[in-house]
Design a protein around this ligand. Sequence first.
Ligand code: 5GP
Ligand code: ZN
Length: 113
Amino acid sequence: MSTDCLFCRIIAGEIPADVVAETEHSLAFRDISPQAPTHVLVIPRRHEPNAAALAAVAPEEMADAWALVARVAEIDGLEGYRTVANTGAAAQQTVFHMHLHVIGGRELTWPPG
Ligand code: 5GP
Ligand code: ZN
């Protein structure tokens, strides 16, 4: 737990979130600024700065996060969806606690911006 980390504070219940589903290791909640009808963030309870860091120290927790992604897609009835993990400020990462964006519910274009 990092007290100056927004997502650690959401996990601790200090900041409210619209929770979609959760597991022992991961939490899924709706993004405050949705870019599509479904825009959910899946985060590990463990504080790691990005996806590669989590996979390196706790691969089973990364697998748990991906299982939760699939459950979110089921809950929202998504036919298809895009999962994004921004890494680094140059890639528009703004919260340095690993999170997977689950985006769907509308037609998605490729390549992304
Ligand atoms: P990043 O830019 O780091 O990949 O994604 C961070 C995401 O967190 C953004 O999409 C932003 O809208 C979302 N976000 C920032 N603050 C909050 C908050 O307080 N609550 C929720 N639910 N989402 C947030
Ligand atoms: Zn954190």
